[in-house]
Design a protein. Structure first.
Length: 211
């Protein structure tokens, strides 16, 4: 058993660590319980207003109401979405928030449902199926999970944007991008007792290594 545990730990260490952090729970599969007004900046610079918009937490994509239907926006056309309390920018096919900036570099964050954590709890097989519909149905419509007393675990996934190019924060990726001295500094940070890949201040320190 000890030998097996050592092997498993070695495999985990070799895979490296992503910058992810638990973000609590949501009672719904959308950011807002009720759809909210939003100002949407399109990729061509045009600005439109949507009276009923939301963010689907399964994949952090923009939703809007069309009559009785929940519609998923074509993310290729989206650049920025502004709600009353949050502003999002598009990263690939997701909506992300800007956590912090270091010069012209940025720390970005996507908040989504932690599907694996949710499945492991095996709360309700029917709802898990609903959460998986994004890969099976038309990309213009979404079958949202029913609102009841379920709690969906959320996770924050962090990205660095350097020279306009974003990438997911991962120990292995960052290590490969740094020179020897800065790799040593990274290892020093990681040895601090309170080090956390999801901590904003440590993410700032790591991003500063790219100066």
């Amino acid at each position: 058993m000890k030998r097996f545990l050592v092997i498993m730990l070695s495999v985990a260490a070799s895979l490296g660590i992503y910058a992810q952090k638990s973000a609590g729970f949501s009672a719904t599969t959308t950011l807002y319980k009720d759809y909210q007004p939003a100002k949407i900046t399109l990729a061509d610079g045009k600005v439109i207003k949507q009276s009923k918009a939301n963010v689907f937490l399964k994949n952090s994509r923009l939703l809007f109401k069309r009559g009785m239907f929940d519609m998923e926006a074509n993310m290729a056309q989206i650049s920025r979405v502004e709600f009353a309390d949050k502003t999002f920018e598009k990263l690939d096919t997701m909506l992300v928030t800007v956590v912090d900036t270091v010069g012209d570099k940025r720390i970005l964050c996507a908040t989504t449902i932690d599907i694996e954590a949710y499945k492991s709890k095996a709360v309700n097989d029917r709802v898990v199926t609903n959460l998986s519909l994004g890969e099976q149905v038309s990309m213009t419509t979404i079958d949202l999970a029913p609102e009841d007393e379920l709690k969906y675990p959320l996770i924050n996934t962090y990205y660095f944007e350097i020279d306009g190019k974003p990438f997911e924060v991962h120990e292995r990726t960052i290590t490969r991008m740094l020179d020897k001295d800065k790799r040593r500094m990274l290892k020093t940070y990681m040895q601090f007792p309170d080090f956390d890949w999801g901590d904003r201040e440590y993410l700032r320190k790591i991003l500063q290594l790219f100066d």
